[in-house]
Design a protein around this ligand. Structure first.
Ligand code: MTE
Length: 305
């Protein structure tokens, strides 16, 4: 539904109590004025199922939302779920600027109107060797990029996360430079699989998963999928990225999932599928090679790791 407004998402407390709510005669579900935290878990409507989904079963909600990397909220896997609960995600401002004809500043309503919402069930492989299967909700990043009309100098897309040391005091101990930065080559960013995500499992993104807006780039290691995005800039040169700045030897710009290229400290040949301990072989490009291998024709993927 292209005209879905953020103010029209149904807060969880409300749809759980919908019957009582309707019986009470309060019909005005629109124009909700709510503290932001009530959006977490709010149901998204008008979502269609995407043919880009894997047929693998989705990982349980509890594992997707309870085992996270979001260093602004702490470095233990359980920290984000605990520490991000009161993170304020509204109002939110996303700016898209740089080498474009039509720079934009969007609020949450504007973000929700970029394109119709789709559910896409993607594999998500962390560089630390765990993987999950997530029913993301969102749309192709290309839908937004096309609207700003990149010019011929737009060779890369740089992304920046929100960072507020007051709301994210654990960020001081992250061991990486914040705000978190990421980047893609323009053709990677325009690939239909590269997704801007606003929800999962039918609901608005939980804060620990990167509310209100994050990337999902399923053929790359999870750290490329930057959370809580506030700025997107179309640039001429390869932009700096948080993990590459922290340790260039271990984390390259491309970071395509590749079982043939080991991390300096561990093999990437296998992965653990959460929530269990069973391992499985890791697939090149995380199993998306048919769609994306052509982006890297002629490139030495050991050099461009
Ligand atoms: N984005 C920000 N802003 N901060 C982070 O620490 N961690 C990255 C990525 N995006 C991170 C981030 C890493 S290492 C991974 S594996 C994924 O988010 C984890 O996403 P998930 O917690 O939703 O599974």
């Amino acid at each position: 539904m292209s005209n879905l407004r953020y103010s029209q998402v149904t807060p969880k407390s409300e749809y759980l109590n919908r019957r009582r709510f309707l019986a009470g005669g309060a019909a005005a579900v629109g124009a909700l004025v709510l503290p932001v935290s009530t959006y977490a878990g709010a149901k998204l409507s008008g979502v269609t199922k995407s043919p880009l989904s894997t047929t693998e079963p989705a990982t349980p909600f509890e594992a997707i939302t309870g085992y996270n990397n979001y260093y602004e909220f702490g470095t233990d896997k359980g920290d984000p779920a605990k520490n991000a609960q009161n993170f304020k995600t509204s109002p939110w401002t996303l700016t898209i600027e740089g080498n474009v004809a039509k720079p934009k500043t969007l609020d949450l309503d504007g973000i929700m109107k970029i394109a119709p919402l789709e559910e896409r069930i993607y594999r998500h492989r962390c560089v630390e060797r765990w993987s999950i299967v997530v029913p993301w909700i969102g749309f192709s990043l290309s839908a937004l990029l096309q609207q700003v009309e990149p010019n011929s100098k737009a060779k890369y897309v740089a992304f920046q996360s929100y960072y507020d040391p007051k709301q994210m005091p654990e960020g001081k101990h992250a061991g990486i430079q914040l705000p978190y930065l990421e980047g893609l080559r323009i053709d990677e960013a325009m690939h239909p699989l590269a997704m801007l995500v606003v929800g999962l499992y039918g609901e608005v993104l939980p804060n620990q998963n990167g509310a209100p807006l994050r990337l999902a780039v399923p053929w790359k290691y999870g750290f490329k999928s930057i959370k809580s995005i506030v700025k997107i800039k179309l640039v001429e040169k390869e932009p700096p990225t948080a993990w590459n700045l922290a340790n260039a030897h271990e984390y390259g710009f491309y970071s395509n999932v590749n079982p043939e290229v080991d991390h300096p400290r561990w093999s990437q040949a296998k992965e653990r599928r959460l929530p269990g301990f069973a391992t499985r072989p890791t697939l090149k490009f995380n199993g998306y090679g048919d769609q994306v291998a052509g982006l890297y024709t002629g490139m030495d993927l050991k050099k461009y790791y």
